[in-house]
Design a protein. Structure first.
Length: 307
């Protein structure tokens, strides 16, 4: 049979706002089938759906747009008007993107959208990752699929961020190759009374961790990160995503265009020295976040200067 239906990702809609810079979408139905025969029979004689905990993940480079819509506390999807919508654009055989109302949208009307990670590496663009835990609102299926759609307009994707300066425990960390901020958001998703779909989702814990990697064996030092670790505060543990300039290099540090992250907690060296052959040795630092009595363990702010 001929291939007639191929689709690309288009965008993700948060209520009524299109999020640009989407470069990955992964939607899972979360269905769990149970097949059983009983009486120690060789072949199952019954199969049925016992659970469907749908979830979806997406990545974007549009950090300030996305963070303005959904931050550390997440988004209660059921409190929005339109929910979270994933758009799929159809390809035309012998052409490109199909014209007209031939595309698809898949909407989640209820659930919880949470931050998963912020990652950036040398020469790469910073990527913000989200996860949607879908729940049942009593009316709509977890995913509402609609065909014959025209595509929504998406704002120009002008946001790109590179690796910025990193300071941990008031120590400037040089020769950084990458860092990954795991927001550590734990979500309780559950159902009861024989429901197939989850009907409840809530954040139970936020325990962020930062992993910094680079080629600098001197990170482990009494004058840097000592063996016993180093206490961190929001005032002395700061790491940036530096805004790129379209048609140029980076936006100047004194412009309020960058993303600034601060953490309180404790840092330790997890990899002191890892070398192979003639390659320079690598090291890694981990920072575990804690609540300081006033601020969340990690604070992420857009529109900042690099100081």
């Amino acid at each position: 049979m001929a291939v007639t239906d191929l689709h690309l990702l288009h965008s993700v809609t948060h209520d009524a706002t299109q999020i640009p810079g989407i470069n990955r979408v992964s939607m899972n139905t979360g269905g769990q089938l149970r097949a059983d025969g009983g009486c120690a029979k060789v072949y199952p004689e019954f199969v049925g759906l016992v659970d469907q905990s749908a979830n979806a993940q997406f990545d974007t480079t549009a950090l300030s747009v996305a963070l303005g819509l959904c931050g550390l506390s997440g988004t209660d999807v059921g409190s929005t008007t339109n929910g979270i919508i994933f758009w799929e654009k159809k390809l035309t055989d012998g052409g490109g993107i199909a014209a007209g109302s031939v595309h698809r949208k898949i909407a989640a009307k209820d659930g919880l959208l949470v931050l998963r990670s912020l990652a950036v590496s040398e020469r790469g663009d910073a990527v913000l990752s989200y996860e949607l835990l879908v729940t049942y609102d009593g009316v709509n299926a977890p995913y509402v699929i609609t065909g014959s759609q025209s595509l929504p307009a998406v704002a120009a994707n002008t946001e790109r961020y590179g690796l910025g300066p990193v300071k941990i425990g008031n120590v400037t960390i040089s020769q950084v190759a990458s860092y990954t901020l795991d927001f550590g958001v734990n979500v309780e998703v559950t159902q009861a009374d024989g429901d197939i779909y989850p009907t409840f989702a809530a954040i139970t814990r936020i325990a962020p961790s930062l992993t910094v990697r680079g080629k600098n064996a001197t990170w482990l030092d009494s004058s840097a990160i000592p063996l016993a670790g180093l206490a961190c505060t929001h005032a002395n543990t700061i790491f940036y995503c530096r805004r790129r300039s379209s048609g140029g290099g980076y936006v100047a540090d004194n412009q309020s265009s960058h993303v600034k992250c601060t953490m309180a907690g404790m840092a330790q060296i997890t990899t002191a020295f890892d070398a192979n052959g003639v390659d320079a040795g690598e090291a890694a630092i981990e920072v575990r976040g804690t609540y300081d009595g006033s601020n969340a363990p990690v604070v992420v702010a857009t529109g900042q200067q690099i100081t």
